[in-house]
Design a protein around this ligand. Structure first.
Ligand code: APR
Ligand code: PHB
Length: 396
């Protein structure tokens, strides 16, 4: 029977970042990941970082490549009725965002974990959690055909939406809130220089489109598609033709037809599980909540959970009290619901909903109001750049 202080299930950005912050604090951790390291490092995900997220990655000592290669954006654009409207994030909030792929963040964290010498087990099968309500918890798993058992003070469930951690909590102890949207996002990654300087979120009669990027030589673009759609139905030519129709005439002329190096469809969902704690188990990241990608909040919300969990656990070991542990879930939920609201609002404002004429009129009127009202733009901007973290120890 092995022993550690905190067993972390999942080596996505949440699990790896928690491992890094706790390791720097001298707290023992063991990371258990179901997939191989290559698989985890190869996942294609979004890439807009709030300033708060950059600060936490800096604190974890994994921000040097981010600073060297990340692209600072002081604004974002909204396309509507063929025109583009710039939201000046910097002028409205004093803050910017950094475009740096989640794949790169994960790689930086994996390198830091390897360099720290702290233990990680990839391809850990059948991870199971035990005795969550007792004086000490236990995790069992199989690795290369051998059964293993770990005793630990706490378990951090950082194993995403489909992980074992949330499923280990009795349904009677959880409240679930969910909204599934009647469309998905067809995404393409292509190695061409982006003809756009900042991200463009386009609301068009034909549906939503997003012009994003990963670097000065790589674009990431998305189209709203039906949930019945299949990647095989879309050639690269068809993707770029449809993208030109939605992104606005001015830009359509310079959109290249580039071969895709990755193409996939993702459903859109809003999901929250409350509370984020069950005895000695603490959920963080996608294990507890999902946001539609329209607000670029997925990774940023996982990072704020991890900051709060790191502070709760290190506070517990430092102060030998339970108060910081008790504050974790309510502290997270306050920020989670604000990010859920903003992501739902962006999704509602920018996508085409076919069966709601009144809703569509509201959507268009709210966009017109957004473009003419500095107050409305400030509200959007402060949510997009990221609402402030709450202070450690603030009463909840
Ligand atoms: N046992 C061990 N590991 C598991 C298990 C399991 N039963 N189930 C899942 N995992 C692993 C997955 O293979 C994955 O590597 O947990 C990890 C969870 O990582 P993510 O899904 O990336 O979740 P998280 O770290 O919370 O990051 C959230 O990812 O999906 C994006 O938009 C989301 O940006 C957000 C970020
Ligand atoms: C991305 O670059 O993949 C991206 C950017 C912003 C979003 C969603 C995805 O809102």
């Amino acid at each position: 029977m092995k022993r550690t202080q905190v067993a972390i299930v999942g080596a996505g950005p949440a699990g790896l970042l928690l491992g890094q912050l706790l390791h720097k604090e001298g707290i023992d951790t063991l990371i258990l990941e179901r997939r191989s390291a290559d698989h985890v490092a190869g996942r294609i995900r979004a890439g807009v970082l709030e300033q708060g997220t950059v600060d936490v990655l800096e604190r974890a000592g994994v921000a040097s490549r981010l600073h060297a290669e990340g692209l600072i954006h002081d604004g974002v654009e909204i396309g509507f009725r063929g025109r583009r409207h710039r939201i000046d994030l910097k002028a409205l909030t004093g803050k910017s965002v950094t475009v740096y792929g989640q794949t790169e963040v994960t790689r930086d964290l994996m390198n830091a974990r390897a360099a720290s010498g702290a233990p990680s087990v990839y391809e850990a099968e059948d991870v199971a959690l035990h005795e969550l309500g007792e004086s000490s918890a236990r995790v069992t798993y199989w690795h290369q055909g051998v059964a293993h058992e770990v005793a630990c003070d706490f378990i951090a469930g950082c194993d995403g939406f489909h992980g074992v951690s949330r499923r280990s909590i009795p349904t009677s102890a959880l409240k679930i809130f969910e909204r599934v949207y009647p469309f998905g996002w067809l995404g393409v990654l292509a190695d061409v220089p982006p003809p756009w300087k900042e991200l463009i979120y386009a609301n068009s009669e034909r549906g939503f489109a997003l012009a994003s990027m990963r670097s000065p030589t790589r674009v990431r673009c998305y189209l709203q598609c039906s949930l019945e759609d299949r990647v095989e139905n879309w050639t690269d030519e068809q993707f770029w033709d449809e993208f030109r129709r939605r992104i606005g005439e001015e830009l359509a002329a310079v959109v290249p037809t580039a071969p895709s190096i990755e193409k996939s469809i993702a459903p859109l969902r809003s999901f929250v599980a409350e509370p984020l704690r069950f005895g000695r188990l603490f959920l963080a990241g996608d294990a507890a909540h999902i946001v539609p990608p329209t607000g670029a909040k997925g990774l940023n919300l996982a990072v704020s959970d991890v900051l709060y969990l790191y502070e709760a656990l290190s506070g517990h070991y430092r102060e030998k009290t339970a108060s910081s542990l008790d504050a974790y879930s309510p502290r997270c939920l306050r920020r989670i619901w604000r990010a859920e609201r903003f992501s739902w609002w962006m999704t509602r404002q920018l996508h085409r909903f076919t069966d709601d004429a009144f809703g569509t009129h509201m959507q268009q009127t709210e966009l017109e109001y957004l473009f003419e009202s500095q107050a409305a733009q400030t509200s959007m901007a402060e949510n997009y750049v990221g609402l402030p973290f709450s202070g450690y120890g603030e009463k909840w």
